[in-house]
Design a protein around this ligand. Sequence first.
Ligand code: CO
Length: 217
Amino acid sequence: MEESYQKLIRGNKLFAETKLFQDPDYFKKLAEGQTPTYLWIGCSDSRVPANEITHTQSGEIFVHRNIANLVVHTDSNLLSVLEYAVNFLNVKHIIVCGHYGCGGVNAAMSNSFHGFVDNWLRNIKDVYHKHEKELAAIEDRTDRANRLTELNVIEQVRNLAKTTIVQKAWSERPLFLHGWVYGLNNGLVKDLAVIHDEGEDIDPIYRFDISKKTDHS
Ligand code: CO
């Protein structure tokens, strides 16, 4: 136990030394502030680290992770991250990234009892219910879980589009929402091409009447 913990401390020293060797001002520059272009909403799964799988560096991606990459409109943690990323950091892209083989999606597809987390996973059960016809027609369980993973990402992107924060931003500037699914077995991202850049295709009941700014002065 002690050995596995110490590994992290040693790893951190190696990380800091390597960065300083490559650029003596590396941390000095990072300490001055962050201007990330992307907000990442991903799964907490240890195999899907945002920076590593996108080959990006510290400072490039603002990150929020939870079990099964959900955008829940009553989640004050997610909403705070979203508001800060959109209104203060002015990110241009928001990426919801799910992954095949997601334990949360698998659990939601089953009738097993896990405890409190089942209340969180209920959001995925709702996605299943919404797309039950399509999913029920898929015989193979893994194929069905894979499709539910994709549908879950698509619904979470839609949930983003329904927020006051995103709709307010759209009235003022470009902001792109993307849905991705990462393959644990090949390391590659599948872009689901569910890009939203305005509220036109949101069901009318979810649209807020925010007048577009015409004066950009
Ligand atoms: Co997952």
